[in-house]
Design a protein around this ligand. Structure first.
Ligand code: PMV
Length: 321
């Protein structure tokens, strides 16, 4: 074990969503998922051994307390229980994008932390083992361990795998950061509420398996239209399940609907971009690389240009040199 370690990872946005956990498992998903890992949505994390009784966590320069800290301490406990690290740890993490707003910060956050802890532990862990460990922190983080398009299958203790390397991925995501309050229900609580109180939960999990197979096939054949149409329909199904939860789980804001509607109008005029929304209000539009500027221009008519991010496929999580 070293004195300190570093890791970095990019966020990912799911093409078919993970929404639901299998009860009685170690954070195993109830739906398989596929994602695109995105540059420049990057998290850089440093970990250091410290001589204090408790762990210390600093997120974007501010000392973390409450739930965000508890989640990280709980994750460090897993590494300590497995004998991979020992003693108290100081964690410092920086995001290059807004946190807790549905922009997948937990994906890049736990993937970067996993890499930093692997560096600290000097453990010889395969990428699949790293993906399994990252999944325990956040399901979507398992996918960020891999670059490009990654798939996360079902299983008792699944790891993600790379389906298409970043360099071979011909698609871009353009993200519209819409005006929205900070969300109040995180994904873990939201998933549990949907599982126990959404009348559409079973239908959602069944549909999610079909959409996963369709998108996987579409990616292998670079069938953009099929991937885009299925991705968008899958997003609406997930939000339908969330909205039907009692009490309801609405993650959208008026700006979300504005972007969704405009994307549809533009598509009818020939600009082929498809929308997806995570458990938050921001919208990600999937398009072919060459259409990214046109999609960004379209979004700039609805919001300030600095709220529009062109995100290219990113490589895998790593321990920086
Ligand atoms: O990894 P979590 O626990 O933050 O859950 C991610 C959930 C969604 O972003 C809504 C979907 C997904 O597959 O990323």
């Amino acid at each position: 074990m070293k004195e300190s370690g570093r890791g970095q990872a990019c966020a990912n946005i799911a093409l078919t969503k993970y929404w639901g956990k299998r009860p009685g498992t170690a954070n195993a998903p109830a739906t398989p998922s596929i994602s695109l890992t995105l540059d420049p949505l990057r998290t850089e994390t440093t970990v250091q051994m410290i001589d204090t009784a408790d762990d210390q966590v600093v997120l974007n320069g501010v000392e973390a307390t409450g739930r965000p800290k508890e989640r990280i301490v709980w994750f460090l406990d897993i590494w300590r229980d497995k004998g991979l690290i020992s003693g108290s740890v100081f964690v410092s993490s920086f995001n290059s994008f807004p946190t807790a707003a549905g922009l997948a910060s937990s994906a890049s956050g736990f993937a970067a932390l996993t890499m930093a802890l692997a560096d600290l532990a000097q453990a010889d862990l395969s990428r699949r083992e790293l993906s399994r460990l990252a999944r325990l922190g956040s399901g979507s983080a398992a996918r960020s361990i891999f670059g490009g398009i990654a798939a996360m299958p079902l299983g008792d203790n699944p790891a993600a795998r790379c389906v298409l390397e970043a360099e071979a991925t011909p698609w871009t995501m353009v993200i519209a950061v819409v005006d929205a309050p900070e969300k109040t229900v995180g994904s873990t609580e939201g998933m549990e509420r949907s599982r126990t109180a959404s009348p559409y939960y079973r239908a959602w999990t069944a549909l999610a398996k079909k959409d996963y197979a369709t998108v996987l096939h579409g990616v292998m054949h670079r069938d953009f239209t099929r991937v885009g149409e299925t991705m968008e329909a899958n997003m609406y199904a997930m939000h339908g399940c969330m909205l039907a939860t009692r009490p309801s789980l609405p993650y959208w804001s008026p700006g979300t609907l504005e972007v969704l509607q405009e994307a549809k109008v533009q598509r009818s005029k020939g600009l082929e971009a498809y929308a997806t929304v995570d458990a938050g209000a921001h919208v990600a539009l999937l398009c072919r690389h060459d259409d990214a500027d046109a999609v960004a221009d379209m979004l700039s008519l609805l919001m300030d240009r600095e709220r529009v991010m062109i995100c290219r496929p990113a490589g895998h999580a790593e321990i920086p040199a």
